[in-house]
Design a protein around this ligand. Structure first.
Ligand code: ADE
Length: 242
């Protein structure tokens, strides 16, 4: 385990992040990052154990919606890692799960094996593996079992839905959850030698005839509740192994 002095927690959506920010009474830090960019930062301490910085991707200035997807995630990760220099990062949020792999709505998954992309298809020798990425996951032995978290591969792409080719790649990736940021953050974390974990709560089933967006809204509140209770347990666990 790393000696944990600074923990960075990445969220794409404000509604995903706010319960955590409020529960830890983190304070906004307006001087952090680049004032020209929409990212938002909140800082504080977790009990007497380590400092915490929450990095949220903020709103798109033209469309007024959360900056979801890999570009904001990657840019925010770069700024956060360079300026805050965390010992450990978490990519936290919601995701699609797979019924055929035993997922239930509200399940919280801890990332295993490697973060992967499922929409970067480059049929040129050497580049196809580069496209998938396989960025390292920092695994903490026994944590998922102790906390009752599910374990699996987090697979990333920039669409809420998926194409037939995405589906094939998700299968090849052995994806347990499908989301839109983690592999982008993982690329930066890998380049900057910073350990990264993913924690993702299931709002919808990828392998369901029901519309993803309808499932997402119907189950968002439940998934966020479970995500935050598990996130607190993860922080407690990290504090306990220092
Ligand atoms: N976030 C929540 N559900 C998702 C899905 N099915 N795909 C991508 N991101 C998600």
């Amino acid at each position: 385990m790393v000696s944990l002095k600074r923990l960075a927690v990445f969220f794409a959506m404000e509604e995903e992040a706010m319960p955590f920010i409020q529960s830890l009474s983190l304070a906004p830090d307006k001087d952090f990052g680049d004032s020209k960019l929409p990212f938002r930062y909140y800082r504080g301490r977790f009990k007497s154990s380590f400092d915490v910085l929450v990095a949220v991707n903020g709103k798109d200035p033209r469309y007024g919606v959360d900056n979801i997807g890999t570009e904001p995630a990657t840019l925010n990760a770069y700024i956060t890692l360079r300026q805050y220099m965390p010992d450990l990062c978490l990519s936290v949020g919601t995701a699609g799960g797979f019924q055929h792999k035993g997922a239930s709505i509200g399940d919280v998954y801890l990332s295993t094996e490697a973060f992967r992309f499922h929409d970067r298809r480059i049929q040129i020798p050497g580049f196809s593996e580069y496209g998938v990425g396989h960025y390292p996951v920092f695994e903490i032995e026994g944590m998922a079992e102790t906390l009752g978290l599910k374990k699996g591969v987090v697979s990333t792409a920039n669409s809420l839905d998926y194409s037939e080719k995405d589906w094939e790649m998700m299968k090849k990736n052995n994806a347990s959850v499908k989301e839109m940021e983690a592999a982008g953050i993982a690329w930066v974390a890998h380049l900057l030698h910073t350990p990264l974990l993913g924690l993702k709560a299931v709002t919808d089933f990828v392998d369901s005839p029901e519309k993803t967006e309808e499932q997402f809204f119907a189950h968002f509140a439940l998934a966020i509740k479970k995500l935050h209770s598990n996130l607190h347990q993860v922080l407690d666990y990290l504090a306990s192994i220092q």
